[in-house]
Design a protein around this ligand. Structure first.
Ligand code: GLU
Length: 431
């Protein structure tokens, strides 16, 4: 199993992401003039589950793992969001990531709420069969806290289609034979052939590229010969780079968990992708590139910067050094509120995560529908549907930003929160 190796990119500040999402939410709530009672509901998470579960390792010993699932809000539909395997996961970071999912699904107009989860561990330390047992045991421990019409996990950092196949199989195995197949959509991001959607692998990165394309079109900027840098060369970073390169743009810097490389003349995306397969998933020592210090990465000369790794990467410390004119947030929460102020003051625009990386969850929605209706969709129609959906959302955000004279993130939050507020107002609070 190939794992996205993003483990040493940063020391994640413990409370950072939760503070960040709450600050963003509070700013947006003021902007929308959000009903104070609904604000009280949205600033907390509905359910928080922490599970300790034992797994037998290859050497016969038992190890105890800590797994999380946080369900933030389900006013618009079942909880939806990924599972990540990472040593820095803790309850606050999962809460933050679950909240971002609520805003993301609402903004995209999907019939979903927001959730997130994962296991606190370094997956690189375990064999494939250990990872399978860890995943299956975690799924079993989650029990009915997940479900195809209740809470639907998906891949995230260090999890992939294989992880989802194990989850689906475990969950379905706990059902009676006649109930099994109607539970296939308990997870999305499954392998094709096991209910997975054609193109779900590239959906997030393709979406990142599309939002950059829409943004550039609106600014009348030609992407040909524009330079870009990517932090994280996993699923999101690779596919975003792949499509940008097809458009004629040039990748001049890449950073992963193990190092940072540059080449002003361009690093060919496909060659780097082939190289990492032979280099334990790492970009380090790629021929025809120079290594640079990790802390110099965001100050590289480029037009577009794509953080596609973990949260809290662009901070007060490095925001004033950013040279790009556009930041496209492939990751969740890569820019702190303080950094965003500096960037906006400097005239640097940001395509916010809840818009920029929403291609992934939109693809998940297509997969969920496909499973639910017993259909099989073709790649071409999926990519067209994804482009149309993202274009509609992008236009709405842009329009709100222009008419209300606010930045793109505030505009995206405005739309997302207003939709949830409306649902609460229509339905009232039980009892
Ligand atoms: N993990 C992805 C995200 O952060 C996808 C979530 C999903 O498809 O449910 O948006």
């Amino acid at each position: 199993m190939t794992l996205i190796k993003e483990l040493k990119i940063k020391k994640q500040p413990k409370q950072g992401m939760l503070e960040n999402v709450l600050k963003q939410f509070n700013t947006a709530a003021d902007l929308v003039n959000l009903n104070p009672n609904i604000k009280k509901i949205l600033e907390v998470t509905n359910n928080e589950l922490i599970i300790h579960f034992p797994v037998r390792m290859d050497n016969g010993n038992v190890e105890i793992f800590k797994g999380y699932r946080v369900q933030h809000n389900n006013a618009l539909g079942p909880y939806k969001g990924g599972l990540r395997y990472h040593p820095t996961i803790d309850i606050d970071s999962v809460k933050a990531l679950a909240m971002w999912m609520t805003w993301k699904t609402s903004l995209a107009g999907l019939p979903y709420g927001g959730a997130k989860g994962g296991i606190q561990m370094d997956p690189n330390k375990y064999s494939t069969s250990e990872l399978e047992r860890i995943t299956r045991r975690f799924t079993y421990a989650l029990g009915e806290n997940i479900g195809p019409e209740h809470d639907i996990p998906a891949p995230d950092v260090n999890t992939n289609a294989q992880t989802m196949a194990w989850i689906a199989d475990t969950y379905m195995s706990t059902k009676s034979p006649s109930e099994r197949s109607k539970n296939q959509h308990v997870v999305t991001g499954k392998p094709i052939g096991s209910g997975g959607l054609e193109g779900r692998d590239r959906a997030t990165g393709y979406g990142v590229y599309l939002t950059i394309k829409f943004w550039a079109k609106n600014k009348k900027i030609d992407l040909k010969d524009k330079t870009f840098i990517v932090q994280g060369f996993g699923n999101v970073g690779y596919w975003a780079a792949h499509f940008l390169e097809l458009e004629g743009a040039k990748m001049v810097g890449v950073q992963d968990a193990f190092g940072s490389i540059i080449n002003k003349d361009g690093i060919p995306v496909e060659l780097l992708y082939e190289y990492i397969k032979t280099n334990n998933g790492s970009i380090v020592d790629y021929p025809n590139s120079n290594a640079i210090l990790k802390e110099d990465f965001f100050s590289l000369d480029c037009d577009i910067c794509i953080p596609a790794a973990l949260g809290n990467q662009i901070t007060e410390e490095n925001a004033h050094k950013v040279k790009a004119f556009l930041i496209a947030e492939g990751a969740n929460g890569p820019t702190t509120v303080e950094a965003e102020k500096i960037l906006l003051d400097r005239g640097i625009e940001i395509i916010p995560d809840i818009l920029c990386n929403s291609g992934g969850v939109i693809g998940s929605y297509f997969e969920w529908l496909q499973n639910r209706n017993g259909e099989l969709w073709e790649l071409e129609e999926i990519l067209i549907k994804l482009e149309k959906k993202l274009n509609d959302v992008f236009k709405k955000v842009l329009q709100a930003s222009v008419t209300k004279r606010i930045d793109l993130r505030s505009a995206a939050y405005f739309i997302a929160i207003e939709r949830i507020e409306k649902a609460y107002i229509q339905r009232g609070i039980f009892p």
